[in-house]
Write a protein that binds this ligand. Structure first.
Ligand code: ADP
Ligand code: PEP
Ligand code: MN
Length: 532
């Protein structure tokens, strides 16, 4: 049987997916929650939030992500960063997955990636779990109900957690698999329940498609001044660096928390919802995000709660440090309805420096911005990727290496052109450690980061005195009204300043070693901005 609303000419059978049990098309939140409850997938929490756990996989599994090496993409993919899968392996995987799906109920959402209709793609999400359907309905963008009657997808994602891949037969690494086939316009996910794989696979897809249209796809959050989209800011950052936290700013309008494009028309969110970390979520520091955790339909992933009162425990990370909540953009009160912004006036590179060496804010020249964008120095946050248990310093190019199918210079050059054309001011912001490295120092107070960002975005920061940093060559403010001056110079925050100097020298060396791979691909001005 089939239920719900769908284009009669574009049902699963029309895509060769046959023999399923019941198929539910485009259910809305109440019906999806009902289905998920009936299936025993989770529990209803306070305010009608939906509480789930995801078993073994509570973060992404980047080592199991593959791009299918078909002829048309072979010379476009950055293979050093993307694992190949053979077309034969993919075809076997596809056939075996369709066979495995037979007789089981499935949930389908027909959605859109990209808030700018000129650059959007239609994505059909076929999920075994009703709550995955709810999750992706929050995260992507919804067509009008009437448009569902003629919806045809550009790409289809099938997510089947109960399927186990066979490494030998499917040319993959383990029983868990994320396989992207750009030629067949199909993404297959198996063997993991972590919801983030759904949204990040669509992101990877757009990262592949958009550069060919001259659009810069970005792992960043975005907001604009209230009532003034011309004053847009974007915040690049790897997971856990503060994109979601810092973009939800009561004094600005939220455009989106994770993935955006920059076209000739300005910025646009790829998504229609947010996916926030809830570990240590504090109602004073982050009231808007906190409030979403007891709203109807918010998906709460891997959080411990009281069995009787269903009260969430924001401090208990026994299931994972990567506990999450997913909610539609409009659950944040000052969010943009259109999810569109102007050309960024400010470009912020968020880094979470576990060494405690980088200052809380520095102003970058365009060449320095390009250098740092390509370097992508930051830390992996515990839990977001499988196997990471404490902040792990890394160079993640474009502040999102796991999602970049193409070579970093392609993204770097696009960003550089746009920054130059629109005269954006660039900043590096360290939300990581201060007063010492991870283990001795402490995480930068959110209040201080917010204060510095407000000063940067409102323009007052450009009026203060700056010093040139000896190690990194960028401009660092000497004092900023409303922010504790001692925080601005990391060396002063360390009890042992010789230890700071040693750590800084080590980091400079790491930057230099990492950047060698980019030297053959970049212009002289970026070379001149290189560190070490
Ligand atoms: N100075 C800071 N700036 C931003 N986030 C901070 C800071 N200090 C601690 N945090 C915490 O770090 C985490 C940042 O996560 P999040 O905003 O979800 O990152 P992202 O969206 O980039 O993955 C949150 O748990 C937040 O409470
Ligand atoms: C959801 C993820 O990222 P972010 O923390 O950037 O939202 C992820 O990397 O799985
Ligand atoms: Mn985020």
């Amino acid at each position: 049987m089939t239920f719900g609303r769908v284009n009669p000419q574009f049902q699963l059978e029309d895509q060769g997916i046959t023999g399923l049990g019941d198929v539910y098309y485009n259910l809305m939140e109440p019906a999806l929650i009902e289905a998920a409850l009936k299936n025993g997938e989770g529990k209803l929490g306070q305010g009608g939030a939906f509480l789930v756990t995801t078993g073994k996989f509570t973060g992404r599994s980047p080592k199991d992500k593959h791009v299918v090496k078909t002829a048309d993409v072979a010379d476009k993919i950055w293979w050093e960063n993307n694992k190949a899968m053979s077309p034969e392996g993919f075809d076997a995987l596809h056939a075996d997955m369709l066979e495995h799906m037979k007789g089981k109920d499935y949930y389908v959402q027909d959605l859109v990636g990209g808030a700018d209709p000129e650059h959007s793609i239609n994505v059909r999400m076929v999920t075994e779990l009703a709550w995955h359907n709810l999750f992706i309905r929050h995260l992507l963008r919804r067509p009008e109900r009437e448009a569902l009657d003629s919806f045809v997808s550009d790409f289809t994602v099938i997510n089947c957690p109960s399927f186990s891949a066979n490494p030998e037969r499917h040319n993959c690494r383990s029983e868990t698999v994320i396989a992207m086939n750009f030629e067949k316009k199909l993404i297959l996910i198996g063997g993991t329940q972590y919801a983030g794989e759904n949204k990040k696979s669509v992101f990877t897809l757009l990262n592949y498609l958009l550069p060919e249209k001259g659009i810069m796809p970005m792992h960043c959050s975005a907001n604009h001044a209230i009532g003034n989209p011309v004053d847009t800011a974007i915040f690049f950052g790897l997971s856990g660096t503060g994109k979601t936290t810092l973009s939800a700013d009561p004094s600005r309008t939220l455009i989106g928390d994770d993935e955006h494009g920059w076209s000739d028309r300005g910025t646009f969110n790829f998504e229609g919802g947010c996916y926030a970390k809830t570990i240590g979520l504090n109602p004073e520091a982050e009231p808007e995000i906190y409030a979403t955790t007891s709203k109807f339909g918010t998906v709460i992933e891997n959080m411990v709660y009281d069995e009787e009162t269903f009260e969430l425990d924001f401090e208990d990370s026994s299931l994972t440090q990567n506990m999450r909540c997913a909610y539609p953009l409009e659950y944040i009160s000052n969010s943009s309805e259109s999810a569109l912004g102007g050309h960024p006036k400010n470009v912020i590179l968020l880094t979470c420096d576990a060494y405690g060496v980088l200052p809380p804010i520095a102003r970058l020249t365009p060449a320095q911005a390009m250098y740092h964008f390509l370097s992508g120095f930051t830390s992996k946050t515990p839990g977001t990727e499988r196997g990471v248990v404490e902040p792990e310093p890394t160079f993640s190019t474009c502040f999102g290496a796991p999602f970049m199918p193409r070579r970093p210079e392609e993204y770097g050059n696009l960003l550089r052109e746009k920054i130059a054309k629109h005269g954006a001011t660039c900043w590096l912001v360290n939300t990581g450690w201060t007063g010492g490295a991870f283990g001795t120092g402490s995480r930068m107070p959110i209040k201080a980061t917010r204060g510095l960002l407000t000063a940067a975005l409102e323009g007052t920061l450009n009026e203060v005195e700056f010093r040139k940093d000896e190690n990194f060559g960028f401009d660092v403010p000497v004092s900023v009204p409303g922010v504790e001056t001692a925080l601005l110079d990391p060396r002063q925050t360390w009890a042992d300043q010789a230890a700071y100097d040693a750590q800084a020298a080590k980091l400079v060396g790491m930057f230099a070693d990492n950047f060698e791979q980019y030297l053959p691909h970049i212009d002289d001005d970026v070379k001149a901005a290189a560190i070490g």
